[in-house]
Ligand binder design. Structure first.
Ligand SMILES: [Zn+2]
Ligand SMILES: [Zn+2]
Length: 181
C-alpha cells in the first residue's frame, strides 16, 4: 500500500461481502492546515465495507484529537473529535451523467472509483471538519481574561476590582452620591 495514501482502498484487497479495515493517517497526509486547529496525533478510520461486485458501501467512525485555542482565555484546548463516514463507491459509468449530477446535489456521499482503488481522503477530511468545535472553550465555566489587565482569571486572577460597575448604574450611583453630599 502507498504509505502516503492511508485512506486509499485498493479494490483488489477488498473481499466480496462484509469486511473490516482500520486505516490510520497522519495530519500531514490529510493536509489539515489553516483550518483553525491542529490535529494532535493520528487520524483513524475503522471502516466496515460491504462489497457487491464493483459497488461498495463504506462506513464507520473517524477519530482524532485537535488542538485549538480557548475562545475566552486563549489557553490551548485539546478535544476528541469523532465523525461518521458513510459513502457509496461505484464505477463512474454506472449512472448517466444527469443522474450523477442529481445525486451530487442530494449529497448522498458517492465516490467514484476507477476499478483499481477508492480514495477516501476527502471524505475523512470533510466529516472531521464538520465536527471540529466552532467555539472551543477549555472548560464550561472558563472565566476568560480580565478585560482590564488581560490576566487569566481561571488562575490566581489579578488585582483589578472584582466587578467593575456597569456604566448604566454608574450614572445612578453618581446621582445618589450627589444627593448625599
Ligand atoms: Zn479558557
Ligand atoms: Zn485584571
Amino acid at each position: 500500500m502507498d504509505p502516503h495514501a492511508p485512506f486509499l482502498l485498493r479494490l483488489s484487497t477488498v473481499e466480496e461481502g462484509e469486511s473490516h479495515r482500520e486505516m490510520v493517517g497522519s495530519p500531514e497526509e490529510l493536509a489539515f492546515q489553516g483550518d483553525g486547529f491542529e490535529p494532535e496525533g493520528p487520524i483513524s478510520f475503522r471502516a466496515r465495507i460491504y462489497r457487491i461486485g464493483d459497488r461498495m458501501e463504506i462506513r464507520g467512525p473517524v477519530r482524532t484529537k485537535v488542538r485549538q485555542t480557548c475562545g475566552r482565555c486563549l489557553e490551548p484546548v485539546v478535544s476528541e473529535v469523532e465523525a461518521e463516514v458513510r459513502v457509496f463507491a461505484e464505477p463512474p459509468d454506472s449512472r448517466d451523467p444527469r443522474e450523477r449530477e442529481e445525486v451530487r446535489e442530494d449529497d448522498l456521499g458517492i465516490v467514484y472509483h476507477d476499478g483499481q482503488s477508492v480514495d477516501l481522503t476527502d471524505e475523512v477530511r470533510q466529516v472531521l471538519l464538520v465536527e471540529v468545535p466552532w467555539h472551543p472553550t477549555c472548560r464550561e465555566d472558563c472565566r476568560g481574561l480580565c478585560p482590564r489587565c488581560g490576566a487569566n482569571r481561571n488562575g490566581d486572577g489579578c488585582a483589578c476590582t472584582e466587578d467593575p460597575v456597569d456604566p448604566r448604574w454608574r450614572a445612578l450611583l453618581d446621582l445618589r452620591e450627589k444627593a448625599e453630599e
